[in-house]
Design a protein around this ligand. Structure first.
Ligand code: FRU
Length: 423
């Protein structure tokens, strides 16, 4: 049983809401012997009108317990309509959460965002500490998703996804010696990556993987790069490797912007620093056009929508590219022998140079044709065929198949495709 105290078992190894809508993973942290996964949750309906921080805890990353929501809207003019995404930080044995407070007007439009924080001693009950700093000048109301870490110099850094008044996305950075007084340090990227910021940029995450710094973020409105079969979703997530200069509070980009997951709906990932320097990433499997989202079959059937991805351990390979593998705690694949029947939930390896076709229910299939792996599905909202593909060495695959989510890993996790499939 994935979630010990659930009456339902909608997925075997992907975290899901028992009801309502789940989106981004938040505040991933190991604190006082337990793993914590918080997430964006609307318990009031399968839409994005309202958000709390839902909360799972685990002793072993295998089975989880659903505990009470960590943070709910409560402060007029600050977070009354939503506790938006953010991160966790452990300091002096206390757990701090940083988040964005969302406020809506009478018509239900988001009109304001405020960067906020909260603290806990037991990791379950949180006390809100209010606003961190005033809204930065020159930016629209779309400034959100604080990610905080302690630098090597002992100072704290906080980065945010932001939209300039001229509708261009950016990542901005603040610095603090004590978490209470924050100084605005401008753009984390300066002039770099100016072509891939979109009109807004969400959920920045700056982490260290195998001694290098990796910056992940989710730009909105990037044109789909059809020739290379990249960035095919309405919004996408990518990463760049580089170096964070603490003196300048700038990230120096040292490589290309690569997509984190080439499937249908992976978005807004965050990482947890687990014991033994392990970096474990969860993403949201739910970025889709509004009509498709409203028609996800689980809504009519069971009144819930979306899952998190599997937890994936991150490394850099010799070419400084990110590689992802489901964590060893949950990994137990068997060689796939039956290519005739529809794939059943389970974990499989495939190791062959031959071409093959595999069915995923009636509406989706995987096809290997030479050096290309195709993932095709009939979109449940339109009936059109959606197509994603991975290129390169696709002889060796790992398939992680859940009741209606699949994750496909090639080249030891250099390429990954995730997607929902129904029926
Ligand atoms: C990303 C996002 C974040 C925001 C949250 C609201 O999916 O839009 O930028 O904080 O979702 O739920």
């Amino acid at each position: 049983m994935l979630v010990k105290n659930d009456a339902t078992a909608y997925e075997a190894n992907h975290l899901y809401p028992e009801f309502g809508l789940l989106n981004d993973p938040n505040g991933l942290v190991y604190f006082k012997g337990k793993y914590h996964v918080f997430y964006q949750w609307n318990p009031k309906g399968c839409n994005h009108k309202y958000k709390e921080w839902g909360h799972f805890i685990s002793d072993d990353l295998q089975t989880w317990q659903r505990v009470e929501p960590a943070l709910k809207p409560s402060m007029p003019d600050l977070d009354s309509a939503g506790i938006y995404s953010g991160t966790a930080l452990v300091k002096d044995d206390r757990l701090y959460l940083f988040y964005t407070g969302n406020v809506r007007n009478a018509q239900g439009q988001s009109v304001k965002s405020t960067q906020m924080w909260a603290v806990s001693d037991d990791g379950i009950h949180f006390e809100k500490l209010g606003q961190l700093f005033p809204h930065p000048e020159g930016f629209t109301k779309d400034v959100r998703d604080p990610m905080v870490w302690q630098g090597k110099n002992g100072h704290y850094f906080l980065i945010l996804g932001a939209q300039h008044d001229n509708q261009i996305g950016d990542i901005i950075i603040y610095e603090s010696a004590d978490l209470t007084e924050w100084t605005f340090k401008g753009s984390l990227l300066g002039e770099q990556l100016s072509d891939i910021r979109g009109y807004m940029l969400e959920c920045p995450d700056l982490i260290e993987v195998d001694g290098k710094q990796v910056l992940m973020f989710s730009p909105q409105g990037l044109p789909a790069d059809l020739m290379q079969h990249r960035f095919q979703n309405i919004h996408n997530t990518g990463y760049v490797v580089g170096h964070f200069d603490e003196e300048k509070a700038r990230f120096e980009v040292q490589g290309d912007f690569n997509e984190v997951d080439e499937g249908f709906e992976f978005y807004a990932p965050q990482t947890m620093l687990a014991p033994n320097h392990r970096k474990i990433m969860w993403g949201w499997v739910g970025m889709m056009p509004p009509k498709r989202e409203a028609e996800v079959p689980t809504i009519a059937k069971q009144n819930w929508v979306h899952t998190l991805s599997l937890p994936r351990e991150l490394h850099l390979n010799a070419e400084q590219k990110l590689v992802q593998q489901p964590i060893v705690e949950i990994l137990d694949p068997k060689p796939l022998t039956n290519f005739e029947d529809s794939l059943k939930p389970g974990q499989y390896t495939i190791d062959t140079a031959a071409d093959w076709t595999l069915k995923l229910g009636h509406n989706a299939e995987l096809k290997k044709r030479g050096a290309i792996l195709h993932f095709e599905r009939r979109q449940w909202d339109s009936g059109e065929i959606g197509h994603r593909q991975m290129q390169g060495k696709v002889d060796q695959l790992l398939l992680m198949v859940d009741h209606d989510v699949i994750e496909i890993y090639t080249q030891d996790g250099l390429n990954v495709m995730t997607g929902r499939w129904f029926g």
